[in-house]
Design a protein around this ligand. Structure first.
Ligand code: ATP
Length: 444
């Protein structure tokens, strides 16, 4: 994990938030390559979800009416049990003591549960994970609003607006990508548990009685999505929520888990939320959220199947999955270890890098021309500094799937070499066929 965190900083994927001030716990910034990967990831999700007839997109506000969070159960139930160590003052989630390390530098390497067993912990208290703020100039209880802890509620409260505006019939879904905030007691494992993060959520509204069939359908679709974007199957598994661990609203729930270097961890949840959400919003708002079925002339509250992915957690899972260290030959035939990010071409921040082999004989001019022609279609990068072997290694680390080199043969026959990041095999391709070649390879 340390190697990956260091690579992400070195290559400009992720930086610590407010680093020059010592950082802010649980917050991270996406750098130039990170933001491209993040955008590509969201684009893939958006296409998979909304480029179909039965799903509409929305982008709801982060701040919502405070009653929303009463109806959803967050004000009452969105809590973690918290304990403090009376000795070192470190704070822990009571249900995560087993794995936690003592927070006091003086006790470095000491397990927190030892303190717990020695009776140094306070009684567990409920801690609400929602960030509170105020609307308007008065900082009193009537002005309290919350930063949304999930994007789902913005979808539920808009159910009838979207249905009426888009004239959708059940079953249909609403998709949204956006920031969510949770005041996690302990943030850890890089992007895995942060206080500000992004979610990609889709809520699918179905007729009661057909819910389990749709639940199975969405489970399959969502697992498939990760696999199609190159994630190794053996690193993915399902975790079923047992009856006693089911959330108050859920009839059935599964998590997609990825095997991170530290442990298996949830990257997406697929939940059968029943009619809980719409019924509660109906009750709290006093507005009907029932669906009228034109064909059967029935009025009912739909059930909801939710697919809820963490964008930041998926981002990290794709990075971890792509990271490889391999033995590779250098230009003079020796072997060295190369670090390579084998990101799926559709996710890769830069699609192709263009190099003149040397900075003379007209090669830079030809390479610049290629760059100019490809740039409107693909995100490309021009690099003419250092030995070509070093340039390849830099692009391997950045996850760029193709490197195009203009060499002396280019001057004779207008072909260039195209090197594949994963196999390192080089092919000669005619310059005027480059765009077409990359288009098929990048599966655009
Ligand atoms: P966990 O049990 O790990 O706290 P959760 O069950 O509370 O997660 P959900 O409420 O189902 O998570 O949220 C859906 C998705 O949002 C999760 O699968 C995860 O990818 C992402 N997510 C939730 N909390 C965080 C967080 N603190 N940091 C980053 N991503 C998060």
């Amino acid at each position: 994990m340390e190697k990956i965190v260091s690579l992400t900083k070195r290559r400009g994927y992720v930086f610590q938030s407010s680093e020059i001030y010592g950082g802010l716990n649980g917050c991270w910034d996406y750098g130039p390559l990170g933001v491209e990967l993040l955008r590509n990831l969201k684009e893939e999700w958006w296409r998979a979800m909304t480029y179909r007839n039965d799903i509409e997109g929305i982008d709801a506000a982060i701040l919502m009416h405070p009653r929303v969070w009463e109806a959803s159960g967050h004000v009452e139930n969105f809590t973690d049990p918290m304990v403090d160590c009376k000795e070192c003052k470190a704070r822990f989630r009571a249900d995560q003591i087993e794995d936690a390390m003592c927070g006091n530098p003086a006790y470095k390497g000491k397990k927190a549960h030892k303190c717990a067993s020695e009776g140094k912990f306070t009684e567990a208290r409920k801690f609400n994970l929602m960030f509170k703020t105020f609307v308007g100039p008065m900082e009193d209880s009537t002005a309290v609003v919350y930063l949304r802890p999930e994007t789902a509620q913005g979808i539920f409260v808009n159910f009838l607006n979207v249905q009426a505006a888009s004239r959708q019939k059940l079953p249909f879904g609403i998709a949204q990508i956006g920031k969510a905030f949770r005041n996690e007691i302990n943030t850890k494992n890089f992007l895995f548990r942060t206080r500000e993060f992004e979610q990609m959520e889709m809520q699918y509204f179905v007729r009661p009685g057909t819910d389990m069939q749709w639940f199975e359908y969405w489970r399959e679709q969502r697992m498939q999505w990760f696999v199609e974007l190159g994630m190794r199957k053996e690193k993915l598994r399902w975790h079923k929520h047992e009856a006693h661990a089911l959330a108050h609203y859920a009839k059935d729930a599964y998590d997609i888990e990825y095997e991170f270097p530290f442990d298996w961890g949830e990257i997406e949840g697929v939940h059968n939320r029943t009619d809980f959400d719409l019924s509660r919003h109906e009750e709290f708002s006093g507005k009907s959220l029932k669906y009228f079925d034109d064909e059967t002339k029935e009025k009912y509250t739909p059930f909801i199947i939710e697919t809820s992915a963490g964008t930041s957690r998926s981002f990290m899972a794709f990075l971890v999955d792509a990271y490889a260290e391999e033995e590779a030959p250098t230009a003079d035939g020796k072997m060295e270890t190369r670090v390579v990010l084998k990101l799926h071409p559709r996710l890769a921040p830069t699609k192709a890098s263009i190099f003149p082999l040397v900075n003379r004989d007209g090669m830079p001019e030809i390479a610049k021309n290629i760059e100019k022609e490809l740039r409107p279609h693909l995100r490309v990068f021009y690099d003419d500094s250092g030995a070509v072997g070093r340039r390849y290694r830099r692009q391997d680390e950045a996850g760029t799937p193709y490197c195009i080199t203009v060499d002396s043969q280019t001057l004779q026959d207008q072909t260039v070499t195209v090197r594949d990041r994963d196999t390192m095999v080089q092919e000669r391709v005619a310059m005027d066929k480059l765009l077409e070649y990359l288009r098929t390879k990048l599966i655009m």
